[in-house]
Design a protein around this ligand. Structure first.
Ligand SMILES: Nc1ncnc2c1ncn2[C@@H]1O[C@H](COP(=O)(O)OP(=O)(O)OP(=O)(O)O)[C@@H](O)[C@H]1O
Length: 481
């Protein structure tokens, strides 16, 4: 008896293709899709496509790297560098949007002028961020959800977001070493100009006040998500992190948040925070505050947890005492901002923790209303244990040019516990009458149940399904010999 996996899912080597085809590319017929996938563990791709029924590009471009760097002649020389490998000496001249300067000494936006076009889109005939689609490049962050909440217009305020100083060890590390590290830790990244991960706490190059506290913890080395996130978040990038709970996400976003805050001139924050962390539950709200407590204390930065069910006036009193960090559940936070007791004008570092859970709990309207009150030239980090379409949609709305980090298995990566076998046969050796079925939302419930029953019992061998089958298929299907 052979065991068959419970549900067909893409193998690791075709991850990017499958992702583009099935998940990130709902309107691909409207856009241009170009993917170059290499077998083995490395896949690169570029995709330009539009969101469903909208001119707004869902995502400008993406490359998956993290295992083996393959050649792809469709990339320009500048674009062919997946990781930044520079130190900070010529990256300090920030542009007014708080964007990261390029490795050529200017900002990404300056780069457009220097090279007479956007290198990422020129090849495909247009600039997704500007003229071609008739809008502002920041349209993707236009959180136009709640008509009763005026959008905050803080775009003109210059923001510095890049506080990263790459450690010489990191600068000198070869791409092969980086690729091996990512492979060994089951990490993959999609994005442009991604900073190299750090392998040790020392390499994170945090300021003394944080470094000292890190060394006092009983930690051996950064967790996988911390290794990759710290350089990115410290240099002002938007980050999407897909990682399981308990992977050390809190410090992954909180330590760069502290550096961000410490670099602000005005840290009094009596009417509202600089860093806002939204969490789905009271428990998580308290846990985040607790995990980061030692570090915020070392920086003499107050952090306040705000959640429903607790006394509102004492939370307000804590805020009024000055709290650069606010960790909050969407309901109570909305309550406080709607009543005018709290403003989010100062927020420049926004974290959405366990975003998938927040959506599951029906918090999307509140989240949208809150994000609408925050300036658009902020830094945003979004965390989720899963990567469903709703989360991708939210990410495309709230984040700008993010780096997407996947640690460990996600729903798009083949489950290592499932044994997969491929047998190549001649036409003559094919098993006659392999029955197959398909399952999708247009089938009524009775049909779906019967199709699933046939598949479970082995009456049908192959099930081709949309994500309606993503839950409840059970673990193992026994295949008749
Ligand atoms: N580098 C590290 N090495 C060892 N332990 C760590 C490290 N970083 C954080 N931790 C500890 O791991 C525990 C879990 O971390 P954390 O709460 O950040 O996980 P998480 O991914 O946010 O999980 P959740 O989704 O449940 O909040 C905490 O007690 C934290 O102190």
């Amino acid at each position: 008896m052979a065991k068959m996996r419970d549900f067909p899912c893409p193998g690791r080597d075709t991850f990017f293709e499958a992702k583009m085809r099935d998940n990130l590319c709902p309107g691909r017929d409207n856009g241009k899709l170009k993917i170059k996938a290499a077998y083995g563990l490395s896949v690169r791709g570029t995709a330009f496509y539009h969101d469903d029924g909208d001119d707004q590009p869902f995502k400008s471009s993406g490359r998956r790297f993290g295992f083996r760097d393959t050649d792809d002649d469709s990339w320009s020389e500048r674009n062919d560098q997946p990781f930044r490998s520079n130190n900070n000496s010529y990256r300090r001249n920030e542009d007014r949007y708080g964007d990261r300067p390029s490795r050529f000494g200017g900002s990404r936006f300056q780069r457009q002028d220097r090279f007479g076009g956007d290198f990422r889109t020129g090849r495909f005939g247009g600039d997704f961020r500007t003229g071609r689609f008739g809008g502002d490049f920041r349209r993707g962050r236009d959180d136009d959800f709640s008509m009763d909440t005026p959008s905050f217009s803080g775009e003109d305020v210059p923001q510095q977001m890049d506080f990263y100083n790459e450690h010489p060890n990191v600068t000198n590390r070869s791409m092969e070493e980086v690729a091996k590290f990512l492979k060994d830790h089951d990490i993959s990244c999609i994005g442009q100009n991604v900073d190299k991960p750090v392998f040790t706490f020392e390499e994170a190059n945090f300021p003394e006040y944080i470094q000292k506290t890190l060394m006092q913890q009983d930690f051996e080395k950064p967790t996988s998500i911390q290794s990759v996130t710290w350089p990115l978040a410290s240099s002002g990038r938007d980050v999407i992190g897909i990682a399981q709970t308990g992977s050390g996400k809190t410090l992954a976003f909180m330590l760069p948040a502290l550096v961000h805050i410490m670099n602000q001139n005005d840290r009094s924050c009596r009417d509202g925070p600089i860093a806002l962390v939204m969490t789905p539950t009271r428990e998580l709200c308290q846990q985040v505050t607790k995990v980061s407590q030692a570090f915020s204390r070392a920086c003499k930065i107050n952090s306040v947890a705000v959640f429903g069910g607790a006394k509102r006036h004492s939370q307000l009193a804590d805020i009024r005492a000055g709290a650069p960090i606010l960790v909050a559940t969407p309901g109570r936070l909305n309550d406080l901002t709607s009543s005018g007791e709290l403003t989010l004008n100062k927020v420049t570092y926004l974290v959405l923790d366990e975003a998938d859970r927040m959506l599951d709990m029906g918090f999307e309207p509140q989240i949208q209303k809150i994000v609408r009150q925050i300036r658009k030239n902020r830094q945003t980090l979004m965390w989720s244990a899963t990567w469903p379409k709703d989360i991708q949609r939210l990410a495309s709305k709230f984040l700008k040019d993010p780096v997407e980090i996947h640690v460990g298995t996600s729903d798009l990566v083949a489950n290592p516990d499932i044994e997969q076998r491929v047998k190549l046969v001649d036409d003559n050796d094919k098993i006659p009458k392999i029955t197959s079925d398909c399952l999708h939302g247009d089938k009524d419930q009775r049909e779906r149940d019967s199709i699933l029953a046939d598949f479970r019992s082995g009456r049908s061998f192959i099930l081709i399904a949309t994500d309606v089958a993503s839950r409840g298929l059970g673990k193992i299907v026994t295949l008749r010999p």
